[in-house]
Write a protein that binds this ligand. Structure first.
Ligand code: GDP
Length: 302
C-alpha cells in the first residue's frame, strides 16, 4: 500500500470529512488506488454498521424523514452516515449535489457524513460505488448508514438490495404511486412508513398500509417528519428489526447477495476497457448492433 493511501485511511479512521470524501471519490472514479482502499475496508468495524435503506416515491418526505431519523440517532450518541442516491443530478452537476447537501440541516455536524451519488450520467456501477461509500462511512465510525434513494425505479431497487433492511416511505396525496407499489414492491421492503401523518388523508392511507403490511408480515409506521410524531418509534423499531433479522441470519444472507451485486458491477467495470478495445479492433460496420456485440463476445471468448 502506498504511504499516501495509508495516510488517507488513517485520516478516515480519525473521521476527517475531507479524507472520507476523497476516499469515496477514489473508489467511485475507479482510481488505481481503489483496490487498496477496498481491501482496507474489509474490517470488523465495517461489519458492525447497520445499513438502513429508505425508499419510496419522490415527495413522500424521505429526505425530511431521514433528517428526523438522524436527529434521533444523534441524540442517542450514534454517528450517522447518509448515502443519497440522486437520479436528477449528473456527475458534473456539482451545483445540484450542493443544493441537496445544503438542504441537510445536519451538514455542520461532524458526526453526520453525507454523500450524494448520481444515477444518471455515470459510467461506473452504482452498486459498486454506493457499497463502497457505505463501507467508507462505516470505517470512519458510523454505526448507522442510511441509504436513501429517490423514487422506485430500477436503479433504486438495485440499491435497496445493498441495505440490511429497508423502509418504504409513502404519504397521502400520492395515490397512484401507492397503487403502483402494491405490485411487488412491498415484498422487497421490511417496513412501510406512512409519512405526513399531520396531513389530511393520512389516516386512510395508514389504514390501507397497515392492512397491506399485516397481510405480508411487514411492520407499519405512521410518522410526521415535520412535527416529529412517530419518529422515535420508527427509529427504534428499525434498529430492533435489524437485530431480529441479524439473529435470524437474514442480515448475513442479504450481505452475501449485496456482495454479488457489487462483484457483478466491478466485473462489468473491469471488463469495459477490454470490450472497447475488442470492438475497436474488430471495427464492426453496418448491421444489427446486438448481433455485432455477440460476435465481439464470441471473439473475446475464443
Ligand atoms: P422526498 O422527495 O421523498 O425526499 O421528500 P422531501 O423530504 O423532499 O419532502 C417533500 C416535501 O414534503 C417537502 O416540502 C417537505 O417539507 C414535505 N414534508 C416532508 N415530510 C413531511 C411531513 O411529515 N408532513 C408534512 N406536512 N410535510 C412533509
Amino acid at each position: 500500500m502506498t504511504a499516501e493511501i495509508q495516510t488517507l485511511l488513517a485520516e478516515v479512521r480519525a473521521r476527517s470529512p475531507r479524507a472520507i470524501g476523497r476516499a469515496i471519490s477514489i473508489v467511485e472514479d475507479g482510481d488505481p488506488a481503489a483496490g487498496e482502499i477496498l481491501e482496507a475496508l474489509e474490517h470488523p468495524s465495517v461489519e458492525e454498521a447497520i445499513v438502513l435503506g429508505v425508499t419510496g416515491p419522490g415527495g413522500a418526505g424521505k429526505s425530511t424523514l431521514t433528517q428526523a431519523l438522524i436527529t434521533h440517532y444523534r441524540a442517542a450518541g450514534r454517528r450517522v452516515g447518509v448515502v443519497a442516491i440522486d437520479p436528477s443530478s449528473s456527475v458534473s452537476g456539482g451545483a445540484l449535489l450542493g443544493d441537496r447537501i445544503r438542504m441537510m440541516r445536519h451538514a455542520v455536524d461532524e458526526d453526520v457524513v453525507i454523500r450524494s451519488m448520481a444515477t444518471r450520467g455515470r459510467t461506473g456501477g452504482l452498486c459498486a460505488a454506493a457499497g463502497a461509500a457505505v463501507r467508507v462511512m462505516a470505517y470512519s465510525g458510523c454505526g448507522i448508514v442510511v441509504l436513501e434513494t429517490v423514487g422506485v425505479g430500477q436503479a433504486d431497487l438495485q440499491v435497496v438490495g445493498l441495505a440490511d433492511l429497508t423502509a418504504l416511505v409513502v404519504a397521502p396525496g400520492l395515490g397512484d404511486d401507492v397503487q403502483a407499489m402494491k405490485a411487488g414492491l412491498i415484498e422487497l421492503v421490511d417496513a412501510i412508513v406512512v409519512n405526513k401523518a399531520d396531513q389530511p388523508g393520512a389516516d386512510a392511507v395508514a389504514a390501507l398500509m397497515q392492512a397491506l403490511a399485516e397481510a405480508s408480515g411487514r411492520k407499519a409506521y405512521c410518522t410526521s417528519a415535520v412535527d416529529g410524531r412517530g419518529v422515535p418509534e420508527l427509529a427504534d423499531g428499525l434498529v430492533a428489526l435489524y437485530e431480529a433479522l441479524r439473529e435470524g441470519g437474514r442480515v448475513a444472507e442479504r450481505r452475501r447477495n449485496a456482495r454479488y451485486a457489487e462483484v457483478i458491477d466491478w466485473a462489468l467495470e473491469l471488463l469495459r476497457p477490454e470490450v472497447v478495445s475488442w470492438v475497436e479492433a474488430l471495427h464492426p460496420r453496418g448491421g444489427d448492433p446486438r448481433a455485432l456485440a455477440r460476435a465481439v463476445i464470441a471473439k473475446m471468448r475464443s
